[in-house]
Write a protein that binds this ligand. Structure first.
Ligand SMILES: [Zn+2]
Length: 221
């Protein structure tokens, strides 16, 4: 218990908050929702407070990292990293899906600072999660990388919803095939998703207006 107390005390609050946020306050190994969790130093060095070294674990799984001897193979650092990276990606995917992939007008740049952004992007890149990378660079406000990963994600194959949302963010909704827009409208009607439907109508109407007024093109960039 003394050890847990010490660990918690040494992780700066904002950093622990980020580790918890990206893990959805859920143990990255057993992934049981609602269990109490703690932020664990993966390499057991309490002074190594880099985000790459932090993993969110429940008390049981944390105990598994401490076992020694016997036949049980302990939960070692390499395993925790694999579980943690995999969990980060799943949480991010679920968040993206729940948001309806709404392009964020206020990038949460205070949440994603440089070091964290780099390590998150690294995890996504390693796993060729191009859609998450595109969303990630959208959030940190890097349009060049956003566009690069949007193209890669589209080549990889993405859902209609994501395609439309990405192209809308780029101001290139006209690149979305008409049949995709029609299919998406039909899906939204079936789901009674009036908010999203209204939004899509607005976007496509704006697109038509824009294409009729090429002189005002610079206004929507
Ligand atoms: Zn656990």
């Amino acid at each position: 218990m003394a050890k847990n107390k010490k660990t918690r005390a040494t992780i700066p609050g904002p950093l622990a908050a980020k580790a918890l946020f990206f893990s959805d306050r859920t143990c990255c190994v057993c992934r049981v929702k609602g269990k109490s969790v703690q932020v664990h130093h993966i390499d057991e060095d309490p002074s190594n407070n880099r985000i790459e070294n932090l993993g969110v674990l429940c008390l049981e799984c944390h105990t598994e990292t401490q076992v020694s001897g016997g036949f049980r193979r302990k939960l070692d650092a390499e395993q925790v990293i694999l579980y943690r990276n995999d969990w980060f990606v799943l949480v991010a995917r679920e968040r993206a899906a729940n948001l309806g992939r709404l392009p964020d007008t206020n990038p949460s740049s205070d949440l994603i600072e440089l070091e964290l952004a780099t390590s998150i992007a690294e995890i996504y890149r390693e796993r060729e999660e191009y859609e998450l990378l595109a969303l990630h660079y959208m959030e940190v406000g890097n349009d060049e990388l956003r566009d690069k990963y949007i193209e890669l994600a589209i080549n990889q194959g993405i859902e209609d919803e994501a395609l439309i949302s990405f192209r809308a963010t780029q101001g290139k909704l006209s690149l979305v095939p008409k049949n995709v827009i029609r299919r998406r409208i039909k899906d939204l009607e079936v789901e009674n998703a009036f908010f999203s439907l209204g939004r899509l109508y607005r976007e496509t109407v704006n697109m038509k207006r824009r294409s009729k007024q090429p002189a005002k093109e610079q206004n929507w960039r």
